[in-house]
Each structure stands twice: as structure tokens, then as C-alpha cells.
Design a protein. Structure first.
Length: 90
């Protein structure tokens, strides 16, 4: 009986150690993911700033140019819808 208790306590110790290791691995994965997201945000910041500057430049264009772009986008969308309709769906 004493040998069984010792064996069971060793197994319990191994299980506890394995559970602690799994918890620390999950925590390490969370930390790594957080740092990767932070690095991606820092890397994409210049691109976001460039897009905002482009939008600010586009605000000063004449109404006729905006109307032309809108008409081009509408005709393209309508063309795609006619193709889908002609083929009876996607």
C-alpha cells in the first residue's frame, strides 16, 4: 500500500508539473501574440498616415472629377451585376 501511495503521489506531481508547464506555455503564446500585434501596428502606421494624406489631397479636386470617378465605379458595378444576372447567379 505504501508503494502505491508513493507511485500515485509521483504521478500527481508529474501531472501538476505538466499543468504548470502548459499554463506557462499559454502565457508565453499570449505575450508573443501581443508583441506581434504591437509590432504590426507600428509597422503599418506610416501606411495609414500616407492614406490619410492622400485622402486630404483628394478633397481639393473639382466636383467634375469626383463625378467622373463615381460614374466609372457605378458603370463597373453595373457591368458586374449584368454578368452575374446573365449567368443566372454566381
Amino acid at each position: 500500500p505504501a508503494a502505491r501511495r508513493a507511485a500515485s503521489s509521483r504521478a500527481a506531481l508529474r501531472t501538476t508539473t505538466k499543468a504548470k508547464a502548459t499554463t506557462s506555455n499559454k502565457m508565453a503564446e499570449r505575450v508573443a501574440l501581443g508583441s506581434a500585434v504591437g509590432a504590426a501596428a507600428i509597422a503599418l502606421a506610416p501606411a495609414a498616415q500616407a492614406a490619410q494624406e492622400f485622402a486630404q489631397v483628394a478633397e481639393g479636386e473639382p466636383f467634375l472629377v469626383s463625378l467622373g470617378w463615381g460614374a466609372l465605379m457605378a458603370s463597373f458595378s453595373f457591368s458586374l451585376s449584368l454578368v452575374v444576372w446573365g449567368r443566372s447567379g454566381l
